[in-house]
Write a protein that binds this ligand. Structure first.
Ligand code: PMP
Length: 289
């Protein structure tokens, strides 16, 4: 495996960053997770745009243009001869001293890792997930805005630990007001009748790129699509529930906090959207070769 760091490629064992990098010392940086399907990078511009938006939000200037960044991604996939891949892009504040002042970091570190995708077991998609609401609340937008895909994921990791300790597959995180925000690495949706609903991102969610695509596909299926305030009650009484994310795609949820969702099996719209999304992902994207 060849890993891109600041314009050079290194074999996996030699791909290293300084212990003085503020990405390590303080989680000061941002990242993206993108996929390639069938020799094409899916939603490439959307991921690159979100990377640069995250950087802007933390006042981090990425030392290359979007076009250069896109070329570096394509080069990384070619070097690794990958057609189907998960791509992790990381931009840290760079090497500084032990103090947290970012002015001490002269140049951001840019890392691109392209690996084979490790998918969730098929059983998860067939049977659906059992998930719980956890005590850890999503970050306040006024502190670290959940719209920023920052390297500081401790908020989500604490929620994930709580889910793990309860033997649940994922954790629903609420915002400070108690409204549903998202899961630790995925957005959440419900279906009630002919309506697909998901929390407004201002309620404390990442603006998921899969989320956006699924909303478009759902509208094409004839569903009414709404971004709104959701409570746990809305989820408990929904007909269907599913999560979305670049890695997971569309994954059904069949139980939340011990309440069975619908008839306890992945619902028909969830299945249709899962298939429609996968079909769309396989057929669209920016060619690598
Ligand atoms: N929420 C969080 C907290 C995430 O980390 C992710 C995955 N990156 C998502 C939602 C889903 O976003 P996307 O569909 O863009 O992968």
């Amino acid at each position: 495996m060849e890993i891109y760091i600041d314009g050079q490629f290194y074999p996996k064992e030699e791909a290293k960053v300084s212990v003085f990098d503020h990405g390590l010392l303080y989680g000061d940086g941002i990242f993206e997770g993108t996929r390639a399907y069938n020799g094409r990078i899916f939603e490439f511009d959307a991921h690159i745009d979100r990377l640069y938006a995250s950087a802007k939000a933390i006042a981090l200037e990425i030392p290359m243009s979007k076009e250069e960044m896109k070329r570096a991604h394509i080069e990384t996939l070619r070097k690794n001869q990958l057609s189907d891949a998960y791509i992790r892009t990381i931009v840290t504040r760079g090497v500084g001293d032990l103090g947290l002042d970012p002015r001490k970091c002269s140049r951001p570190t840019v890392i691109i890792i392209a690996d084979r995708i490790s998918l969730y077991p098929e059983e998860f998609y067939e049977k659906g997930l059992k998930i719980i609401t956890v005590p850890t609340r999503r970050n306040l937008p006024e502190s670290v805005n959940p719209m920023i895909k920052s390297l500081n994921y401790l908020n989500n990791i604490l929620a994930k630990i709580e889910a793990n300790l309860s033997g649940a597959a994922e954790a629903i995180m609420l915002n400070q007001e108690g409204y549903v925000a998202e899961c630790t690495g995925d957005n959440i949706f419900i279906i009630k009748g002919q309506t697909l609903a998901t929390p407004l991102v201002t309620f404390g969610a990442l603006k998921g790129i899969t989320r956006g695509r699924v909303m478009k596909l759902a509208a094409e299926l004839g569903l009414e699509v709404v971004e709104t305030a959701l409570t746990r009650y809305d989820i408990y009484v929904a007909d269907e529930c599913f999560l979305t994310g670049t890695a997971a795609e569309v994954i059904p949820v069949v139980e939340v906090d011990g309440r069975q969702i619908g008839d306890g099996k992945p619902g028909p719209y969830s299945r249709q959207l899962k298939e429609a999304y996968h079909r769309y992902a396989m057929a669209n994207g920016t060619p690598i070769y």
